[in-house]
Write a protein that binds this ligand. Structure first.
Ligand SMILES: [Ca+2]
Ligand SMILES: [Ca+2]
Ligand SMILES: [Ca+2]
Length: 267
């Protein structure tokens, strides 16, 4: 940058470039380096979690919960900047902040066939829960009361998603069905509508893979991951875990201690 007074600064919509405007000397674009601190992935099978922040090195390897019908969750539940895991089964929830101790245990929703979702619906930095069934969503900001209740999408075989698609700090929903993604920034209007991946047995993922604030999608099948930073091109492609019945999870993981196979101390 020449020694020229800057009269205005602007940020591009992708939060990747600052444009510095000057009097008479034109404008300069200044790239904002990626934090390199985006979401990692993990896998879960019957109470067993394996987490990685770099798509290969196992950062944490632990058991939580009884496995069986319990499904894995992940999120930053205490707004400390790192994600941790939880589990859900038929309306019952356990959340941790360190992948070991139970930070909260509660019931929300009628259980099956309602599915859990996790998001920071109010942009306060804390992720809370929601439930989805056949196009209908209930979201909570405190894991107790209903903050919003709405329908989005045709239901049926469509699955719920949650992400901050526009990077405004507030997460909103989306839906996925056989390779087709439909995303909303306000839980009502369609903001993005696209296809990614072959559908079939591939499962959708959502994360901020490059740490630029916005959430983008990925897909998972049998140990194989494809992640995109723009919902169009492939940013990374890798294998993690043995596939099979292991389920993918997403988070920017910390160094929670984890636990050995649980025998009831999660209650
Ligand atoms: Ca946290
Ligand atoms: Ca929140
Ligand atoms: Ca948003």
């Amino acid at each position: 940058m020449p020694n020229t007074a800057v009269v205005n600064l602007a940020l591009d919509t992708a939060n990747t470039t600052v444009v510095a405007f000057t009097h008479g000397r034109g404008a300069w674009s200044i790239g904002i380096p990626s934090t390199g601190n985006g979401d990692g992935v993990g896998i879960y099978n019957s109470g067993h979690f394996l987490l990685t922040n770099d798509h290969s090195t196992v950062l944490a390897n632990f058991w939580f919960g009884p496995g069986g019908a319990w499904k894995p969750l992940a999120g930053d539940f205490d707004a400390n900047g790192v994600a941790s895991i939880g589990i859900y089964n038929t309306g019952e929830w356990y959340l941790t902040n360190n992948n070991s101790a139970v930070a909260s245990h509660f019931y929300f929703g009628p259980g099956s066939p309602w599915q859990p979702i996790i998001g920071d619906w109010d942009g306060n930095g804390t992720r809370t829960i929601g439930i989805y069934n056949n196009g209908e969503f209930y979201l909570s900001n405190d894991n107790v009361t209903v903050a919003s209740h709405f329908w989005f999408g045709p239901g049926g075989t469509w699955q719920p998603l949650a992400g901050d698609w526009d990077g405004d700090g507030i997460m909103s929903v989306g839906i996925y069905n056989t390779g087709h993604f439909v995303l909303s920034n306000n839980n009502s209007a369609v903001a993005q509508n696209f296809w990614f991946g072959p559908g079939g047995t591939w499962q959708p993922l959502v994360g901020d893979w490059d740490g630029n604030i916005t959430s983008t999608i990925g897909i998972y099948n049998n140990g194989q991951f494809y992640l995109s930073n723009d919902n169009v091109t492939i940013a990374s492609h890798f294998w993690f875990g043995p596939g099979g019945t292991w389920l993918p999870i997403v988070g920017k993981w910390g160094l929670g201690a984890g636990s050995t196979p649980a025998t009831g101390n999660y209650r």
